[in-house]
Design a protein around this ligand. Structure first.
Ligand SMILES: NC(=O)c1ccc[n+]([C@@H]2O[C@H](COP(=O)([O-])OP(=O)(O)OC[C@H]3O[C@@H](n4cnc5c(N)ncnc54)[C@H](OP(=O)(O)O)[C@@H]3O)[C@@H](O)[C@H]2O)c1
Length: 306
């Protein structure tokens, strides 16, 4: 298959292309300097020229909590432009198969139970990343609307929870919880410090999927998109507290010092857990335990940037 992967240089893209199953295909993976997705003309000319059999659309402006608070307009405007340009060009080029990657940020805030796909657009969003969530919702709706225009078009949206693993973003401005924990604990170990700060009181709950497991899902179903519903959560189906994640990272990295909570820092949603009934019916579940996944992320982190 000829496959266009957008955002191939990011965490998800690198893990997707590192999977041995990628080598069975002709992969087009333009970098941002080769194809800026905010440029609609560039999107159209690439798709008309290359006509891939499948697009795996991963590119987005992604960041951690602080980055969303600092630059909400960028997350909204750039991600809207990326979605409209890429999906609009794919529609005009009549691309038959497309996987659009959503995010659990698309779900309403403040729900205690597991979030089923039918709960999308059923309530207010978490304000701290509203712009990003709105753009991801727009991309989901465009995927659905354009896909439905032609019965031969298999366009699907997968919605993962938070992701972690090799090639995560470890800088303070962009990191998510697990990557932040790895970077902070590494810093403490190097400095001989006996205390690591945790934002909030440590009791907020999060679901983290190992990025290699998401790559496994994509490769397992990329040629069976007719078996997938239009919109599907792909997750773990279990969550853990912020303190649990710090504990797992400390265990893998050999940190035996203390943690100090700073309840004045923002924590975002109290809980966000995906209902994974759909993926379970397909016979899929993630294979990697939290400790295995953290160990894989730490190993690449310790090798340093490449
Ligand atoms: N990370 C998570 O926890 C998480 C959770 C749920 C869903 N997702 C989704 O997973 C997808 C991939 O995320 P990721 O974690 O791999 O993020 P990432 O590491 O930040 O990668 C994002 C990729 O998109 C590219 N990109 C951004 N703006 C672009 C533009 N204007 N033109 C072309 N390329 C552009 C980036 O290129 P540069 O490197 O040049 O910036 C990068 O290669 C996103 O759709 C995200 O919403 C991520």
């Amino acid at each position: 298959m000829k496959i266009l992967v957008t955002g191939a240089g990011g965490m998800v893209g690198r893990n997707l292309l590192a999977d041995p199953r990628a080598a069975r295909h002709q992969i087009l993976s333009p970098s941002r300097s080769e194809l800026d997705l905010t440029d609609s003309v560039a999107c159209q000319s690439l798709l008309v020229r290359e006509k891939p059999d499948l697009i795996i659309h991963l590119a987005a402006v992604v960041g951690g909590l602080q980055a969303h608070i600092d630059a909400p307009a960028t997350f909204l405007a750039d991600n809207l432009a990326i979605a409209l340009n890429l999906l609009g060009a794919a529609r005009r080029a009549a691309i038959p198969r497309l996987i659009n990657l959503g995010s659990s940020c698309m779900y309403p805030r403040g729900r205690e139970g597991a979030l089923g796909e039918d709960q999308l657009l059923s309530g207010p969003l978490e304000p701290t990343n509203e712009g990003y969530a709105l753009a991801k919702i727009a991309a989901w709706k465009l995927t659905q609307a354009f896909g439905r225009e032609d019965p031969g078009r298999l366009w699907r949206t997968l919605i993962p929870p938070n992701l972690y693993g090799p090639h995560d973003r470890f800088d303070a401005a962009r990191s998510h919880l697990v990557a932040a924990a790895i970077a902070k604990i590494d810093h403490a170990l190097r400095a001989g410090a006996n205390e690591v700060e945790i934002w909030g009181d440590g009791t907020a709950r999060r679901e983290f999927l190992f990025v290699g497991d998401l790559a496994d899902f994509v490769w397992r179903f990329h040629d069976r998109l007719e078996d997938l519903p239009e919109t599907l959560n792909v997750g773990v189906g279990e969550d853990a507290t912020v303190d649990d994640y710090y504990g797992a990272v400390a265990g893998v990295m050999g940190y035996r010092g203390a943690f100090r909570h700073d309840p004045r820092r923002p924590v975002g949603m109290r809980r966000k857990l995906l209902d994974v009934t759909g993926q379970t019916l397909l016979g899929w579940r993630p294979a990697t335990s939290l400790v295995e996944g953290v160990a894989a992320a730490v190993a690449v982190y310790r090798r340093g940037p490449d």
